[in-house]
Ligand binder design. Structure first.
Ligand code: NAD
Length: 508
């Protein structure tokens, strides 16, 4: 049960109470202090120290030393640390979820969902810690054995965005830790408090585990320059960076230039197709959650909807009614479905996009400001568009759903794939041929392609990520762990002769 029902205390008071209950150490550093704000009211709720670039570099060096020790700990034992982290997260779920609501503006159930995702990935990683296995491969040489082994990689840098302020760290950290890596995290400047709280929970788990090398999991608060220090540091063989495509364009080439790995989780511009046989009740719910949930501030938010001509006139009025009636308000109130935008810049970007949509011949429903305290709140917008003009192909990180008619499935798939991003996608249909075509090689070109559910709200068991301008990275479930390890192929000769591969002769 969530202990918080009504917003009784001020946001600032609630924040301080949670930070003190979680034993948060605000850290230290000689960088410029960072002001944490709550989007619920727009007020400043805390000031926290940040690190300088030199301090960041020194912390990364310490994380490397931690890695050298941690890689020697057997993987199932490393899994025990992650199991304890999962326990701490379970125990602190209500507080951490509430802090996500206060700092990122997520509604209560989505704040809780984000922490649940952290718990789920810990469970996954604990099991994984006994399954980091490679192949044994048939060899052409007599009395030889060939196999793959997977070894810890090094310091894993994690750069995260404001909209999943804690889950993204856990998807990376839980895997990296069982893989034998150390982790250095640079969270969004907009969400330092949830990061501090998460670090405090890690430290509790580490204390219970005992003997964890200092610097195994390090939090670096700071601005872009701290992220850049992580990207540029020679001791960091992998950076997992989540954020805008603009950020990825800067980070990706720098990592490539020093031959480090990048795991890029960048912008999305996700679409869904509503086909003639779609179950409209289910479709309405799927579209509403995917497009309006998290106030349109998920990388997987539904932003483009292609509706078949045969049901457009039946479906649109229902969708408009849902948009007009959804409750926009304080995310702490349990009947709110759409909370605030993160800051005034988001509203400006939304207004600009809607103006552009109108200029392109679109008809806009909603999108107006809603007055709630002094935060930035908007009614989600539907924009009926004649064509997929440039504004539709751009990710505007706000609740705007562009709707376009189509007549032919191939045309709809082509429209969907025309976006430069390739994260998530969906089709609503009860036609088996259409569903299979959509998920086939000729269908959606995205990293996620769903049938009869929206593009938003992935679960941790699958590999998460997308193609094209989304960056190509995969994290979380399936075999994403392989990115956090290095692979060695070992050939062992247990005979007394030395047959060479490919029949080569070299007798000396
Ligand atoms: P952002 O790009 O502004 O910032 C993300 C992080 O990158 C921050 O920590 C920031 O300090 C850091 N950063 C920015 N420039 C950097 C640089 N040159 N070097 C190193 N670090 C740098 O993104 P945001 O506004 O916080 O988040 C919204 C964006 O993130 C959206 O585009 C959204 O689609 C995307 N996102 C993607 C995923 C995904 O999994 N694909 C998940 C969440 C968010």
């Amino acid at each position: 049960m969530n202990a918080y029902v009504t917003p009784a205390a001020s946001v600032k008071d609630e924040v301080s109470a949670i930070l003190s209950r979680l034993g948060v150490n605000r850290g230290q550093g000689s960088g410029p202090p960072l002001t944490a704000r709550s989007p619920i009211t727009g007020e400043a709720v805390a000031e926290v120290p940040t690190v300088s670039v030199d301090e960041a570099k020194a912390a990364i060096d310490r994380a490397h030393e931690a890695f050298l020790l941690w890689r020697k700990v057997p993987a199932p034992r490393r899994g025990e640390l992650v199991r304890l982290l999962g326990e701490e997260l379970r125990a602190a779920k209500t507080d951490l979820a509430r802090l996500v609501t206060l700092e990122a503006g997520k509604i209560v159930s989505e704040g809780a969902g984000e922490v649940q995702e952290m718990i789920d990935i810990c469970d996954f990683a604990v099991g994984l810690s006994r399954q980091l296995y490679g192949l044994t491969i048939a060899t052409e040489r007599a009395e030889h054995r060939m196999m793959e082994t997977w070894h810890p990689l090094g310091v894993v840098g994690v750069i995260s965005a404001f909209n999943f302020p804690v889950a993204v760290w856990s998807w990376n950290a839980a895997l990296a830790l069982v893989c034998g890596d150390s982790v250095v995290w640079k969270p969004s400047e907009k969400t330092p408090l949830t990061a501090l709280a998460t670090q405090a929970l890690f430290e509790r788990a580490a204390e219970r585990f005992g003997g964890v090398p200092a610097g195994l999991s390090t939090l670096l608060l700071g601005g872009r320059e701290v992220g850049e220090a992580l990207v540029d540091h020679a001791r960091v063989p992998l950076v997992s960076a989540t954020g805008s495509t603009a950020m990825g364009r800067q980070v990706g080439p720098k990592l490539a230039a020093r031959f480090a790995r990048s795991l890029l989780e960048l912008g999305g511009n996700n679409a869904a197709i509503v086909a003639p046989t779609a179950d409209l009740d289910l479709t309405l719910r799927g579209v509403a959650f995917s497009a309006m949930g998290t106030a349109g501030q998920r990388c997987t938010t539904l932003r483009r909807l292609f509706v078949h001509d045969s049901l457009y006139d039946a479906f649109l009025p229902r969708l408009k009614a849902a948009y007009a009636s959804v409750r926009v308000g304080d995310p702490r109130e349990t009947d709110t479905l759409v909370g605030p935008l993160i800051d005034p810049a988001s509203k400006r970007a939304m207004d600009k996009a809607l103006d552009e949509a109108r200029a392109d011949g679109g008809t806009v429903h909603g999108g107006e400001a809603v007055t709630v305290d002094s935060g930035v709140y908007v009614r989600p917008a539907l924009a009926e568009m004649p064509t997929q003009s440039p504004v539709v192909l751009r990710e505007t990180f706000a609740p705007i759903l562009y709707v376009i008619r189509y007549t032919d499935l191939d045309e709809a798939i082509a429209l969907q794939n025309a976006a430069p991003q390739g994260l998530s996608s969906a089709i609503f249909t009860n036609d088996l041929r259409e569903a299979e075509r959509f998920t086939s090689a000729e269908g959606s070109d995205c990293g996620i392609a769903n049938v009869n559910l929206g593009p938003s709200g992935a679960e941790i068991g699958g590999a998460f990520g997308g193609e094209k301008e989304t960056g190509g990275g995969r994290e979380s479930g399936s075999d994403a762990w392989k990115t956090y390890m290095r692979r060695a192929t070992n050939a062992v000769n247990y005979g007394r002769t030395l047959p060479l591969a490919q029949g080569v002769r070299f007798d000396v």
